[in-house]
Design a protein around this ligand. Structure first.
Ligand code: HEC
Length: 136
C-alpha cells in the first residue's frame, strides 16, 4: 500500500508543478494586459463628451490643457501627453482603469493630494479619460 502511495504523491506533485508553470507561461505580458484593460474600461467612453466635461467641471481652473480654453492655471500639472505619463498623482501606475479611478476620487488614492474630488460620475470619468489619453 505504502509502495503505491508514494509514487502517486510524487506524480501529483509533478503535475501541480507543471500546472503552475503552464499558468505562468500563459499569463499575458503586462503591456497587453494594459490594452485589454483599456478596451474594457473605456469601451463606451466618448472623448468629445470628455472634452466638454473638462470645461464644465472646472478642471481648467487648476490645469492647462492645450486646445482647451482656460485661465492658464498651474495649480496642477498640465494635462497634455497624459498617455506617456508613468504615474498619476506621483503614486498610481498610469493605465486607463487607474486614470478613471484617479478622476473619480483623487484623495482616495492619495489622502495628501491637492486635487479634490470633483464629483464626477463613473461614465463622465471614463469620457474624460478617453479624451485625455487621446491627446498628444
Ligand atoms: C483645485 C484644483 C484642481 C482641480 C479643480 C482639478 N485638479 Fe487635477 N490635479 C490637481 C493637482 C494639484 C494635481 C497633482 C496631484 C498630485 O500629484 O498629487 C492634479 C492631478 C491630476 C491628474 C494626474 C496628472 C499627473 O500627471 O499626475 C489628472 C489626470 C487630473 N488632475 C485631471 C483633472 C481633471 C480631469 C479635472 C476636472 C474633472 C481636475 N483634474 C480638476 C488639481 C486640480
Amino acid at each position: 500500500m505504502h509502495g503505491f502511495a508514494r509514487p502517486s504523491a510524487a506524480l501529483f506533485g509533478a503535475a501541480a508543478v507543471t500546472l503552475l508553470c503552464t499558468c505562468g507561461e500563459e499569463r499575458p505580458p503586462l503591456a497587453s494586459a494594459g490594452r485589454d484593460e483599456r478596451s474594457a474600461e473605456l469601451a463606451d467612453a466618448d472623448a468629445a463628451r470628455g472634452r466638454r466635461l473638462v470645461s464644465a467641471h472646472g478642471c481648467i481652473a487648476c490645469h492647462t490643457m492645450p486646445g482647451v480654453r482656460g485661465p492658464a492655471s498651474n495649480v496642477g500639472p498640465p494635462l497634455d501627453g497624459l498617455a506617456r505619463r508613468a504615474y498619476l498623482g506621483g503614486t498610481l501606475p498610469n493605465s486607463p482603469a487607474n486614470l478613471v479611478r484617479w478622476l473619480l476620487d483623487p484623495p482616495a488614492v492619495n489622502p495628501r493630494t491637492a486635487m479634490p474630488n470633483t464629483g464626477l460620475a463613473p461614465a463622465e470619468a471614463a469620457d474624460i479619460a478617453a479624451f485625455l489619453l487621446a491627446r498628444p
